[in-house]
Design a protein around this ligand. Structure first.
Ligand code: PGA
Length: 248
């Protein structure tokens, strides 16, 4: 049985003091022993949020990281820095970073490897545009993202990572993929993992759905056989996030 994982992606929202206030607001609402709860927060909020969630069930994630170890990379943050600050997870290859920061599957692969090397769990994002969906190339596109993203990752390592399927047309739009659409792709991702590795690894890896997940659609999405959690943007910034964590 895979444990569900519900992660908030706060994106570029919440100053450090607002972040601490949100942690306090959500504290009692996000308690659920059956679910891993993660807040992926802006870099500057990491230290205060790690402090704010101490002694609770919440784990902290970053929204991105460098694939370099250290050195002359102004503005970047390394995996070792995140690890030392108490971070457990890191989102890698979010579609907004692919688009605005021109990240390629190869860059994302380097980040996945670097995260694993430093004891962080990558949440590797993949997802198609509306045009790609209309062209009927969704599954090919996703398989390519997953295969390149996982180059050089062993089966044992792959079993521990998280993949987030986020159709770009559903992110921040209020248009959620239907449960059938979401399950179809998450199932295809699991089959892809079985192809690359084996069925045991495929059964272990956790696959999230993301894209306008909210308190009213979470239960149905999370009831699908291959959807093991959610990566939640807008709804992670309010009390509703507690309803998603306690979706049953
Ligand atoms: P959304 O964002 O829930 O606001 O659609 C999800 C994401 O981008 O991870």
């Amino acid at each position: 049985m895979r444990k569900k994982i519900i992660a908030g992606n706060w994106k570029m929202n919440k100053t450090p003091s607002e972040a601490v206030a949100l942690c306090a607001e959500l504290k009692d609402l996000v308690v659920n022993d059956e679910v891993d709860v993660v807040y992926c927060v802006p870099a500057i909020d990491i230290v205060p949020v790690v402090e704010a969630v101490k002694g609770t069930n919440v784990m902290v994630g970053a929204e991105d990281m460098s694939f370099e170890d250290k050195g002359a990379f102004t503005g970047q943050i390394s995996a070792a820095m995140l690890k030392d600050a108490g971070v457990k997870f890191v989102i890698v290859g979010h579609s907004e970073r692919r688009e605005y920061n021109h990240e390629t599957n190869e860059d994302i692969n380097k980040k996945v490897l670097k995260a694993i090397e430093n004891g962080l769990t990558p949440i590797m994002c993949c997802g198609e545009s509306l045009t790609q969906r209309e062209q009927g190339i969704t599954l090919d596109w996703i398989r390519q993202q997953v295969k390149v993203g996982l180059q050089g990752v062993s089966a044992a390592e792959a079993a521990e990572i998280v993949i987030a399927y986020e159709p770009i047309w559903a992110i921040g739009t209020g248009v959620t993929a239907t449960t059938e659409q979401a399950e179809e792709v998450c199932k295809a991702i699991r089959e892809c993992i079985a192809d690359i590795y084996d069925t045991d690894t495929a059964e272990k890896i956790r696959i999230q759905y993301g894209g306008s997940m909210n308190a009213s659609n979470a239960a149905e999405l999370l009831a699908q056989a291959d959807i093991d959690g959610g990566l939640v943007g807008g709804a992670a910034l309010k009390a509703d996030f507690g309803k998603i964590v306690n979706y049953k």
